[in-house]
Design a protein around this ligand. Structure first.
Ligand code: NAI
Length: 216
């Protein structure tokens, strides 16, 4: 495949294409035109063609897209054809929820260990994943390959722990702590803030209510 810089906006849309294509495969659809995909996904057909053309264009005039091929190519672009070992720092509510979510494993994200400072949590298991003391973090990373570290700890602890992770060579952080980490540029940080998504919903509720009021 042609090596080409893919824009961040396209990358952000790829997981959604991937999900829709997965559903099409499950329902036995082998090929789909950009206009069919467009009406399902509520994205314009030209956007779909433009996005998918980034990878050398998998579509054929009059044939549409081969769903399985497109699905596996997008998986490769997203790195889902590889396994990623993931650790979770903070075995509280959120850490538990993530560790318990088996579907991540189907996508190649293998949860290998949790870390905590609370003696009551240390030594417990979530599924078969052990909660280790944070004091063992460095030794663990030295002995085991860690591709992604998840931070589900309070924001007051997040920066310090993130620096420890970086010092051990961890290059990707999935950050749920409500703080910006300001790490070196070669460290990839993906922030997930459910409350921001909820605030957007709140904004939309408010604006819908406002326009209803104005129409009265
Ligand atoms: P929790 O209190 O249930 O769990 C936090 C866990 O972190 C506890 O087990 C605690 O012992 C541990 N911990 C504290 N300091 C630590 C350290 N230095 N190293 C290792 N472990 C440490 O809290 P919950 O509900 O799981 O939330 C965790 C964090 O995630 C909170 O900061 C919360 O604000 C945030 N959060 C973020 C969301 C998001 O969308 N980004 C959604 C929900 C929570």
């Amino acid at each position: 495949m042609e090596e080409k810089e893919i824009s961040k906006a396209v990358i952000r849309r790829l997981p959604r294409y991937y999900r829709y294509l997965g559903e099409l495969i499950e329902s036995g659809v082998e090929r789909i035109s950009s206009s069919e995909l467009s009406s399902r996904m509520k994205v314009t057909a030209s956007q779909i063609r433009q996005d998918l053309n980034n990878f050398g264009g998998f579509g054929q005039q009059g044939y549409g897209y081969n769903v399985k091929f497109l699905y596996s190519e997008i998986a490769k672009i997203l790195g889902l054809d590889k396994k990623h070992n993931v650790i979770i720092i903070g075995a509280g509510n959120l850490g538990h929820a993530i560790a318990n979510y088996v579907a991540f494993e189907k996508r190649g994200f293998i949860m290998t260990a949790l870390f905590d400072i609370n003696p009551e949590r240390i030594g417990k298991k979530i599924r078969d994943i052990e909660v280790l003391p944070l004091s063992e973090l460095e030794a663990y990373i030295k002995e085991n390959e860690v591709d992604i570290a998840t931070l589900t700890i309070p924001k007051t602890a997040a920066k310090e722990v993130a620096e420890r992770l970086v010092n051990c060579g961890v290059k990707a952080i999935w950050n749920f702590a409500h703080t910006d980490l300001n790490l070196p540029e070669d460290v990839l940080v993906e922030n997930v803030h459910l409350s921001e998504s909820l605030m957007r919903l709140s904004y939309n509720i408010t604006s819908v209510e406002k326009s209803r009021e104005e129409q009265k």
